[in-house]
Design a protein around this ligand. Structure first.
Ligand SMILES: Cc1ncc(C[n+]2csc(CCOP(=O)(O)OP(=O)(O)O)c2C)c(N)n1
Ligand SMILES: [Mg+2]
Length: 718
């Protein structure tokens, strides 16, 4: 049997030519041979879905292989990242700068083509995927960001498309007639997110959360293809699910279609082509295309087996597959004519870009201010004088750091149109609401709209984190997402992906210690700070007071790296440190807040425990001669400083050290040193009012004083 396709022009948006079929065969074989050569990888899905990827990359995705970062492009997200070679073959065939040797080095050390797609590593990879479910939820964030941007920067076009959405919805409700074609608004902001996902993506809970969000927000710029091949690693998907996926997504507000297998037994390419076009044109709902497929089709023995998911087919089966496909080409041999044909995507892409650029010019001349704002935001530059926009907190002013963060957000929001955010149903306790910013919702009202800057995530921490990654991948949005620190575990994987991708996400984690009080141990974080600090390339920032909170916000924005600002619930008096010192000290991660002429004891604290350390220092050293106190809001920023600065804050000779933090001591031993002490909490919390909980867990002046005396004696004796 050869690659059999029936194309019927009356139902197909694009009729596939002989060259299309040869390109698909080439893609199947390249995927198979790359995995074969690597000796590991995931061939089955890539071989079976080669026609799907071909349709997307050749016929539907608006992209420009020679300008992978073109702002007007659609996005393609391979949520089932294990099938990376499916994407890589398309990036090669359409001309993203890969050559055949790159495919030969798939999965090798230093290859351009790593095992799973990695953002910033391979041109054309829009997000890092591999942990199942993440790509799907990230794509939802991308779709949200694009809707938001359009409403923000081109409100007139947005109003036209909302009217069109309503018209389509009414037409569908009122008659059985075929849906009316909706006129395109031709906005430069209209871009579609195309997603390919697998059984595992659908099984992960995050896809439930993200699906509900996409439905609620009517993200009609999102088209998801679910590869319903019923095969996963342990066997048939019926082992683990009896879910009606179509019903599930319809219930969440999606437009759902199913594409059964073609008569030949393989993916129905012609029908899929039609459905892709229809899904992209569908208004008012996100679309899910449930695509029936047979894993590893047309490999004669490997097809429809779990083995084909994650092992090379083997030489014999690879040869048999080559024969079934009617190919006599050697591995990695690509017909010039086929390559020339697939690389036609380059010229088409350049035309799309030229057309988009002329529309951008027209947009810029009618919206000069908005266009300038958008250009600045895309460049990642912050407006000049941002520090001056921050609220001023007077020494002695008493306020919880979460409250200070809320005030900082209000001021930043006035000067940063790119700033938006939201919480997982904790906006009030997290203080994340942008006042006057309206709710981000499709309904245009006084209090809501697509330009709304407050996203209500519902109790969906995991999807919130992934969607924030997606938002941060689009054109320079700065987004913050809040929940209680203890629930950061719910989105730990999204934090990790943000760190891997170096995305400028901002987590706001409040209620940061047992001091939160009577909600008790389920709500009191203990190990979270240590565990988040263990993550590479992620900044955990725990400001001590209102002034440090403002400085933390500024540094996070300026650094443009992934960060979490950890905030307290209880009021704290703002320390008596000059603002310039706070600003500089916080940006360096640690600084001296109590200087003495003859430091013999060093107290190092973070967050609310800086006040505790200062109180202990006052008791130990009322004359202010010998006890230095260092505030260390961010260990990662401090570690990034040069040795000179680090030595100036934590002199190596000063070994009488006490670290004070109302959390697990794990991870502090290096800073405390062999003679040092750690005043932390290495057991779970308890249900009691916050001040009593702190005392019950030993976060007291007496304990810090005793630890400091011990450490000072140890140092003196050595
Ligand atoms: C969160 C997560 N858990 C587990 C895995 C390991 N894993 C990779 S693929 C896969 C399932 C494969 O089945 P399916 O999603 O249907 O993909 P197909 O083989 O059909 O392409 C699993 C469990 C993963 N990548 N991510
Ligand atoms: Mg599967």
């Amino acid at each position: 049997m050869t690659d059999q396709h029936t194309t019927d022009d009356s139902t197909t948006a694009h009729s596939l030519t002989d060259l299309d079929h040869r390109a698909i065969t080439t893609a199947r074989l390249l995927a198979m041979d790359s995995v074969e050569r690597a000796g590991s990888g995931h061939p089955g899905t890539a071989i079976a879905l080669a026609p799907v990827a071909h349709l997307i990359f050749q016929k539907h995705l608006r992209h420009s292989p020679t300008q992978p970062d073109w702002v007007g492009r659609d996005r393609f997200v391979l949520s089932c990242g294990h099938a990376s070679i499916l994407l890589y073959t398309q990036l090669f065939l359409t001309g993203y700068g890969l050559d055949i040797d790159d495919l030969r080095s798939f999965r090798a050390h230093e290859s351009l083509l790593p095992g799973h797609p990695e953002y910033r590593h391979t041109a054309g990879v829009e997000t890092t995927t591999g942990p199942l479910g993440q790509g799907f939820a990230t794509a939802v964030g991308m779709a949200m960001a694009m809707k938001h941007e359009k409403a923000l920067y081109e409100p007139a076009a947005d109003a036209r498309s909302l009217a069109a959405e309503r018209l389509e919805a009414e037409t569908e409700e009122s008659s059985d007639a075929a849906p009316r074609a909706v006129e395109s608004t031709d906005s430069i902001f209209d871009r579609t997110i195309w997603v390919l996902c697998s059984d595992g993506d659908m099984q992960e809970g995050i896809s439930y959360e993200a699906g509900a969000l996409a439905g609620r927000h009517r993200l009609d710029n999102l088209v998801v293809i679910f590869d319903d091949n019923d095969v996963q690693i342990e066997g048939n998907a019926t082992l683990v699910t009896s879910e009606d996926t179509a019903a599930r997504f319809r219930a969440q507000g999606w437009n759902v279609v199913t594409v059964p297998l073609a008569e030949s037994g393989e993916v129905d390419t012609a029908r899929l082509d039609t459905e892709l076009a229809a899904a992209a044109a569908h208004r008012g709902e996100p679309s899910l295309i449930i695509l029936k497929s047979v894993i590893a089709w047309p490999a004669p023995h490997a097809r429809n087996t779990s083995a084909a998911h994650g092992s090379p087919l083997g030489e014999v089966e690879a040869e048999a597959t080559r024969a079934v496909l009617g190919s006599t080409a050697a591995p990695f041999e690509v017909d010039d004519e086929v390559l020339q044909f697939t690389r036609g995507a380059q010229a088409r892409g350049e035309e799309l870009v030229a057309d988009w650029n002329s529309r951008l010019d027209a947009y810029t001349s009618t919206n000069p201010e908005r266009a300038a704002d958008w250009a600045r935001v895309r460049s990642g530059a912050l407006p000049d004088g941002l520090a001056d926009a921050l609220p001023v907190f007077e020494p002695g002013e008493t306020m919880a750091t979460r409250a200070a963060s809320g005030l900082v957000i209000q001021e930043l929001a006035k000067v940063l149109p790119e700033l938006w955010g939201g919480s997982a149903d904790l906006a009030e306790p997290n203080r994340t609401t942008i006042e006057g910013g309206r709710s981000f919702l499709p309904e245009e009202t006084e209090s809501s709209g697509r330009a709304g800057r407050n996203v209500h995530w519902g109790v969906r921490e995991h999807a919130m984190g992934a969607a924030m990654n997606g938002i941060s991948l689009v054109d320079g949005s700065r987004f913050f997402a809040g929940t209680f620190l203890v629930f950061s575990d719910y989105h730990r994987q999204t934090v990790r992906l943000a760190a891997l991708m170096k995305l400028p996400v901002i987590y706001l984690w409040s209620h940061d210690s047992v001091a939160l009080g009577s909600d008790g141990p389920t709500h009191q974080p203990i190990e979270h700070l240590a565990s988040l600090r263990a993550m590479p390339d992620f900044a955990v920032v725990r400001p001590a007071d209102a002034a440090e909170t403002a400085a933390s916000w500024l540094t996070v924005l300026q650094n443009r790296g992934p960060a979490g600002i950890v905030l307290g619930r209880q009021p704290i008096a703002t320390a008596d440190t000059p603002w310039a010192n706070v600003l500089d000290g916080v940006s360096r991660g640690a600084y001296v807040v109590r200087e003495v002429p003859d430091a013999r004891t060093l107290l190092i604290a973070t967050g609310s425990e800086v006040a505790l350390a200062l109180a202990a220092a006052a008791e130990l050293d009322p004359e202010q001669t010998s006890v230095r106190v260092v505030s260390m809001p961010c260990r990662e920023w401090f570690e990034a400083q040069g040795p000179e600065y680090r030595e100036s804050v934590l002199p190596a000779a000063l070994t009488a050290r006490v670290v004070v933090e109302a959390a697990a001591s794990f991870g502090w031993h290096d800073i405390a040193g062999p003679g040092g002490r750690i005043v932390g909490i290495d057991v779970f919390g308890l249900s009691a009012p916050g001040d009593e909980a702190l005392v019950a867990r030993g976060m007291t002046v007496e304990r810090v004083v005793a630890a400091a005396r011990e450490a000072t004696e140890t140092a003196a004796a050595s």
